[in-house]
Design a protein around this ligand. Structure first.
Ligand SMILES: [Zn+2]
Length: 129
């Protein structure tokens, strides 16, 4: 992913910002509001270690991006999806680290599997317009 996309998403704060939207500012902002609601719920669950819920909320956020008409603003559509996928990758990586090595926790195995499946699905769907 290029640096250009990264500036849209502050993963530490847990929301996507609307910057440099080239076309439909209010259209994109309206969709982004719903997306960020799910992204922030996901972040909250992630922090409180409720991983299945965190995954579910990110999936919800991604589903919101599928409601955006790319012909309104192709750039934001792509950026929102990539940001959510990146967050999902981070979550997956967290779970993977907790599930492997010396301190591996078996209880995270099912979350890891779920994260992997959802991530795969997101990647596939982000490519189909
Ligand atoms: Zn836009």
């Amino acid at each position: 992913m290029s640096g250009k996309e990264n500036e849209y998403f502050n993963d530490k704060v847990g929301f996507i910002e609307l910057v440099k939207c080239p076309i439909s500012q209010s259209y994109c902002a309206g969709h982004l509001k719903k997306i960020n609601k799910s992204v922030q719920l996901s972040r909250g669950n992630w922090i409180s270690k409720d991983y299945p819920k965190a995954i579910e909320e990110l999936k919800e956020a991604f589903d919101q991006t599928l409601k955006i008409n790319p012909s309104e603003c192709a750039r934001c559509t792509v950026v929102f999806r990539l940001s959510i996928i990146r967050s999902m990758e981070n979550l997956y990586e967290d779970l993977r680290q907790m599930s492997s090595g010396f301190f591996r926790a078996k209880r995270h195995q099912s979350s890891l599997k779920l994260a992997s499946e959802v991530l795969q699905e997101m990647r596939e769907r982000s490519q189909s317009r």
